[in-house]
Write a protein that binds this ligand. Structure first.
Ligand SMILES: [Zn+2]
Length: 276
């Protein structure tokens, strides 16, 4: 799917009734109009430490990733809530802190925050990109059928049936679990303080595979979110059938779903990213 087709939607968005979680997310920055940034700019942003309060920890346990980051679909685009991926600074900080705690149990001690910050951003981006990919697959069927109702019906099912909602969140975290390459970081300077291993000399370069730490972080999330392993082996066809996409076996919606789930889509098609 290309950006012109999405821009066409933005001209005539549907009327949306925000969910409780959406209001909760957006109330925290109501008067600010966040600027859209690119994927490369995101990777340069400095996220200060210690933004997270105890209150956010409780909300994450209750609401999952949606309190840390949010996706506004282009179907429900509004001037005060433009479509795209929103990442909260406190959300990135929260995920980074959790990851460093989990990796810390293996003796990793980070002097440079850049790598854990990028890993945290990729977790949130990949989860929200999957929400975007689901919208795009439904939009493809709507374009084929000349209707504007299929995605709205899916959103309605998600609100009214807890299973659709929790399956969706597990499917979005499965996108994090399946995209393993962003979590194999380049060699970098990390401290190592394992008790029974001599400390590495200063400035030694080691390559760190974050995948286990990322999985452990997701297993600590609420029901639905933590059930991602059920869906990591699912094909695009199986997912779209589960989400009741009409003609889920058609090639185009499946291709859109797969392509728009990847980080590379952020370079090819400007999915708006905002840090709030
Ligand atoms: Zn989600």
């Amino acid at each position: 799917m290309d950006i012109e087709q999405i821009n066409h939607w933005i001209e005539e968005p549907l009327d949306a009734r925000p969910e409780e979680i959406e209001n909760r997310f957006f109330n925290s920055f109501e008067n600010r109009r966040p600027e859209q940034i690119t994927y490369n700019e995101l990777r340069q942003i400095n996220i200060p430490e210690g933004l997270t309060g105890n209150q956010l920890d409780g909300l994450v346990e209750e609401f999952g990733i949606e309190i840390l980051a949010y996706y506004i679909p282009f179907h429900f685009h509004r001037p005060n809530r433009p479509w795209g991926i929103y990442l909260r600074r406190v959300g990135i900080d929260h995920v980074r802190r959790r990851l460093m705690e989990i990796a810390g149990r293996d003796g990793h001690n980070f002097r440079n925050l850049e790598i854990p910050t990028n890993v945290a951003e990729h977790i949130l981006l990949l989860h929200e990109l999957r929400h975007h990919a689901i919208e795009v697959a439904f939009t493809r069927v709507e374009l084929q059928d000349n209707t504007r109702d299929e995605y709205q019906q899916y959103i309605r099912r998600k609100r009214n049936h807890n299973n659709t909602s929790s399956d969706t969140e597990a499917i979005c975290n499965a996108n994090v679990a399946n995209n393993r390459s962003p979590f194999k970081t380049e060699p970098s300077y990390v401290g190592h303080t394992l008790r029974f291993r001599p400390p590495l000399p200063p400035n030694v370069m080691i390559r760190l595979d974050w995948n286990d730490y990322v999985s452990q972080f997701m297993i600590g999330q609420p029901a639905g979110y933590r059930d991602f392993a059920r869906f990591t082996g699912f094909s695009s066809k199986q997912v779209l059938e589960l989400l009741q996409l009409p003609r889920f076996w058609f090639r185009e919606p499946r291709k859109d779903y797969t392509q728009h789930s990847q980080l590379s889509i952020l370079r090819r098609l400007p999915v708006p990213i905002r840090v709030v």
